[in-house]
Design a protein. Sequence first.
Length: 423
Amino acid sequence: MKTRFSKLMAIVMVFALIVAFAAIPASAATTYTPVAGGTTTFSKYLIVDSDTHIPNVTFDFSIAPITTGKDATASTVAVYAPGDAGVTGTATITDPAFTSDIANTPTYDTIQTDDTGKLTLASGKKYAAKEVTVSFDNVKFPEPGIYRYVVTEAAAAGAYTHDTQNTGGTQLTRYLDVYVTDDGTGTLAVSSYVLHKEDGTVTANTSSGSADVATAGAAVNDKSASYVNEYETKDLAFSKKVTGNQASRDKYFKYTVTITGLNDSDTFTVDLANAEAAPTKNDATKYTTMNNPASVTGADLASGVDFYIQHGQSIKILGLPTTATYTVVEDEEDYTKAEDNDLVAVPAHGTQGDSDYVAAKTYSDDYTDTMDDDKYVGYTNTRDGIIPTGVLLTVAPFAIGLLLFGALAIFFVARKKKRAEEE
């Protein structure tokens, strides 16, 4: 009986131990919940000549994860290729759109405070700025670390020079690092974004952590790694010179200017400082209605725009891209037109140093060419004739005799009147 009781107690004790061990909570392993990224921005600048409209252009950006990461060393921190590190989802990026509509694209001729350190502006230039937004809202990061993406700008067609500042060349790529950290409670957080010029290493500090984040927990941009493009433009001018003793210097001549290689929606300023906006018809001019527009669009110029100038006048179209091609055609009149575009000197107008000042120019370029430089097209029209002199020689003796007879008649009449008065 006693033995049976002892066995029963042993079973009860074993069962009690099992229950006791089961009641002790187990230490759970730390498991991160992947964290979604946020958004960050960097600047996109477009520099143009101060007398040029901002072109209508959208720059094409893309973002993708790097394919090869960088292992940690004694002096560097590991940089992960997202695809190899369990990252899911796709990052997106906006395409900055510039427009000649100033209301939507403010332009500046001095560096604004927020742009200091990101941009250098030369004399005679202005710029427009846009933000490029990178979104990681649909991307999940599984562990603390640095995850790298490559940002690429596609080369824009036309008269654009890419990345003229920051890298000193035409580099179209940047590298964006996403810093994912543990907030101290086992929860992941995206703490910072850093945009780099190169796919370089990240320096480690004394505790083997990163040493290149400006402010912990804040999204920051590398201020020296914005994108800066320049829009290269030149001016096209054309002038009129009239010579000859039978030529009319107040006559208006018509020019048709056609320019290809432009965006239809782009706007171009026409400098009329040495011409008239609405010339008035005179007896020498065959055109009834004349108008010189102060601005034209790319679509206008593609189909041809008519302008009207007289002797000594000139018109200049400003801010044409260097990739454009122009043709200037004068409407034929009963004048002899110089076939070699005779040199036409146009004097300076305006006050030197003022924004409307135009230096003296000698117009000698071809009437059709590309806008690889400032172009000055001059036309000289001549009407010169021999004036007949035979009629003057034939009538001269009679005219002299008639004048002499009249003088003698006046003399005798006056003399007779005087004698009558004396008597």
